[in-house]
Design a binder for this molecule. Structure first.
Ligand SMILES: Cc1cc2nc3c(=O)[nH]c(=O)nc-3n(C[C@H](O)[C@H](O)[C@H](O)COP(=O)(O)OP(=O)(O)OC[C@H]3O[C@@H](n4cnc5c(N)ncnc54)[C@H](O)[C@@H]3O)c2cc1C
Length: 398
């Protein structure tokens, strides 16, 4: 077990503890972690013209994206909070924005039910990815998108779609490798939203493929074509060749408790010694931290998991910023260890996270107190085949 000294700079911490566990050298993300940065971002949120500007890519000054995703993904901003915050904006912008918040919640619901099976195709198998493109390395659009991702840890939704479409449908290979690459570098990287994004693009969720071609680049980032060596010999001039899509069944369990955890606080007559927090819920409003406001707090960087994922130092940087801010308010211990071992026989409280790793750890090490996850939509008892069918059946929690 290594104890992390949060008094050191992020660079010192990362260089002495994380370089073997990461895929890159020390890099700072565009979006900095921490509750006060999250609060400021929400305070400054302006979604005027979001509906029109959301899909813009370059120039960056014309983008309509809100850049809140890393805070939402790590629980520093709750979906309900953003939902309420955008009430004051124009109907078309607020409706579009809220729809995207619902996509985020949908991805969490889907992942809570499907879990690791989301490594495979969902409702449709995608076959005959038959048009290999050999000139990817010379494509200015793809290179620019990759560079932005590696340098900042952020991509707009539109370029995530381009990237996923290009590497799953056109320039084939195992899509999981490319999904992993994005997951490693995105500061908002989550298996729920990232995998859903890939499934949506490939057509494995809806049966409809999102094809990427020169058309989108011309429309959203013309400069990239103008400055591309392949402008007059573009390998993605046409839509991708035909793709075979076959309906398939997915075998899942729709047990609400198993998938979504407790709906009420799970209590005990003994008292916990500390609160265990996870990367899913690092905000001041984390229910377990809030409830046990005087208890020490523990965060565990899972060494085995990090070693297998090899995420970017940008993500570690973001997490360290969050943890440093918590340590100003709470007695916080941060370690690199195996959570299964660290939590063994310990009396702790935690907030449920609807992800496989949390479920695995707490199946073996049961929390004394367990708090429901924060959510915008009530848990569901059915497998959601599509976003639209899900949306018709859900109940908001506000
Ligand atoms: C292939 C692919 C991979 C993706 N990977 C991730 C990921 O790992 N983590 C992640 O949070 N989002 C992911 N998304 C969704 C979306 O692209 C990002 O949430 C969004 O681009 C983040 O930037 P923003 O906060 O400026 O977005 P905005 O456009 O300002 O949206 C506001 C918020 O709505 C939510 N949101 C917006 N679009 C989506 C969407 N399509 N699906 C789910 N939630 C959405 C996010 O929480 C976002 O912060 C992915 C999408 C695709 C197509």
């Amino acid at each position: 077990m290594s104890l992390i000294n949060l008094k050191l700079s992020n660079e010192e911490i990362i260089n002495s503890n994380f370089l073997d566990l990461c895929c890159d050298k020390y890099t700072e993300p565009l979006i900095r972690g921490g509750q006060s940065n999250a609060d400021l971002a929400l305070h400054n949120l302006d979604i005027s013209n979001y509906a029109k500007l959301r899909n813009n890519v370059y120039p960056k000054s014309k983008r309509g994206s809100s850049y809140l995703s890393a805070y939402i993904r790590h629980g520093l901003i709750d979906l309900k909070e953003v939902w309420k915050y955008v009430e004051k904006f124009k109907y078309e912008d607020k409706t579009k924005y809220r729809d995207e918040l619902l996509w985020q919640e949908f991805s969490r619901h889907l992942y809570a039910i499907v879990g690791k099976k989301s490594q495979n195709y969902l409702n449709y198998s995608i076959n005959s990815i038959n048009s290999k493109n050999t000139n990817t390395e010379k494509m200015n659009c793809i290179n620019t998108v990759k560079k932005e991702l590696e340098e900042t840890g952020y991509m707009v939704n539109q370029t995530r779609m381009w990237f996923a479409s290009h590497f799953s449908i056109r320039d084939g290979g195992d899509w999981n490798n490319y999904e992993n690459y994005m997951f490693k570098h995105l500061v908002d990287g989550s298996r729920f939203a990232n995998r859903l994004g890939w499934h949506w693009v490939m057509g494995s969720q809806t049966g409809k493929v999102y094809g990427f071609s020169k058309f989108q680049v011309q429309k959203r980032a013309k400069k990239l074509c103008d400055e591309c060596d392949l402008n007059f010999n573009c390998p993605i001039n046409d839509w991708p060749e035909s793709i075979e899509i076959t309906k398939k069944n997915i075998d899942v369990v729709t047990d609400v408790y198993k998938n979504f955890g407790p709906q009420e606080i799970k209590t005990n007559n003994k008292n916990p010694d500390f609160v265990w927090i996870t990367a899913e819920s690092l905000g001041d409003d984390d229910p377990s931290m809030k409830y046990f406001s005087n208890l020490p707090v523990v965060f565990i960087f899972d060494k085995k998991l990090l070693n297998s994922l090899k995420i970017s130092t940008k993500r570690i940087n973001f997490l360290l910023d969050c943890l440093k801010e918590i340590s100003l308010k709470r007695d916080l211990t941060v370690v690199i260890d195996d959570p299964l071992i660290y939590l063994k026989n310990k009396l702790f409280a935690s907030t449920f996270a609807p992800v496989p790793k949390y479920k695995k750890i707490t199946k073996i090490n049961k929390p004394l107190y367990e708090f429901p996850a924060q959510r915008l939509v009530q848990p569901i008892e059915f497998y959601p085949n599509s976003f639209s069918s899900w949306k018709k059946r859900i109940k908001l929690t506000i």
